[in-house]
Design a protein around this ligand. Structure first.
Ligand code: 13P
Length: 354
């Protein structure tokens, strides 16, 4: 295996840097746009992605941007390929390569992520376009009876085959097993399920010969379900998340870049900060790879209007800067308050089937 791949994985999680997930599928981004009355066309989606990538100052805190197939083929308003816009800013371009979570045969309320057929050829093409890393998201539903072992095993196997193919094609895989926040479960139940999932994922990665030094893990934080009556403190989320990761994630993995999973943007930043401040060993870099928790304020500010572009860019800059501080355990309320609170109001809605 190419040593550059290990260097790229480390670069993705270098100190004070994180990843912007801007890889919503067309249906998901259209739903977000619809909620704000923005018309969703290839060019409005391009404008939005260009706005995010070119926010002044943001590149200082971003190691990578995850794109969707449509975006990686697009050019900026002045005709520069967006991949080149990223590279010129010092941001590594990444690509979502899974084809979505589909009902699992035998347990159709659960999902298995598809997209392995033809993946080698698609990775080759993305590599030629300039992609340095890829993402594959598995989704795990929690209830009293879910997840089944079948769901965990099928998703772990697919993640591992995806990761092996990425490394074969000189692309760093981001391995994303997401235990969903939906539901009434407790934080203890989330820890149990997240632990089972991570254990299965690392067993599958080992079986498929994946180099742990040349990948990045993108897990959920360990939190109570969104509909749970349980109240948990920021510190409790931090210590429980770290406990779970220490039990199940080998130290050879250079970094863990969390998804935000529907957490309010400021809370996602506070959780990351607390994780980095907590006591005890942390053999991996701990940073962000947020979608909604980075984009919500920028999108609600933009609303599809050219006159709002500059204010929307400032919102993105603010959030990536706050999360960069959190990735170093030095985020404070004072830093947060540098931007007017109402501009930080979130947008409702999830990632659906992405
Ligand atoms: P969220 O941070 O909105 O969960 O998105 C991250 C992501 O990449 C989902 O696959």
């Amino acid at each position: 295996m190419n040593s550059d791949l290990r260097a790229t994985a480390r670069e993705l999680v270098s100190p004070g840097k994180g990843i912007l997930a801007a890889d919503e599928t067309v249906p998901t981004l259209t739903k977000r746009f619809d909620a704000l009355g923005i018309s969703s066309t290839p060019s409005s989606r391009r404008d939005y992605r260009e706005l995010l990538i070119t926010a002044p100052g943001a590149a200082e805190f971003l190691s990578g941007v995850i794109m969707y197939d449509e975006t990686i083929r697009q050019q900026s308003a002045d005709g520069t390929p967006l991949v080149r816009v990223c590279r010129s800013a010092g941001i590594l371009p990444g690509i979502k390569v899974d084809l979505g979570a589909k009902p699992l045969a035998g347990s159709p309320a659960e999902k298995v992520t598809e997209g392995l057929d033809g993946l080698r050829e698609r990775l080759k093409e993305y590599r030629e376009m300039g992609a340095a890393f890829a993402k594959w998201r598995a989704v795990i539903t929690v209830s009293d009876v879910f997840p089944t072992n079948a769901c965990i095993a099928a998703n772990a196997h697919a993640l591992a085959r995806y990761a092996a193919l990425c490394q074969e094609q000189d692309i760093v895989p981001i391995v994303e097993p997401e235990v969903l926040m939906d539901g009434k479960h407790t934080i203890e139940r989330c820890e149990e399920v997240t632990g089972r999932v991570l254990q299965a994922v690392f067993a599958a990665l080992f079986e498929q010969g994946v180099s742990l030094e040349a990948m990045v893990l993108k897990p959920n934080m360990v939190v109570a379900g969104a509909a749970s009556p349980q109240e948990t403190s920021v510190e409790e989320v931090a210590t429980t998340t770290l406990h779970c990761l220490r039990q199940h994630v080998p130290p050879a993995v250079p970094g863990i870049a969390f998804l935000s999973g529907g957490q309010h943007d400021v809370l996602a930043t506070r959780h990351l900060n607390a994780i980095n401040r907590a006591d005890g060993p942390k053999p991996w870099a701990l940073t962000f790879s947020y979608g909604r928790a980075l984009q919500d304020a920028a999108l609600t500010t933009w609303r599809g209007k050219p006159e709002n572009v500059s204010a929307a860019k400032q919102q993105l800059y603010h959030r990536v800067r706050c999360n960069s501080l959190a990735a170093q355990g030095s985020y404070t309320q004072a830093e947060e308050e540098k931007v007017h609170a109402e501009a930080l109001a979130g947008v409702a809605g999830g990632w659906d089937d992405d």
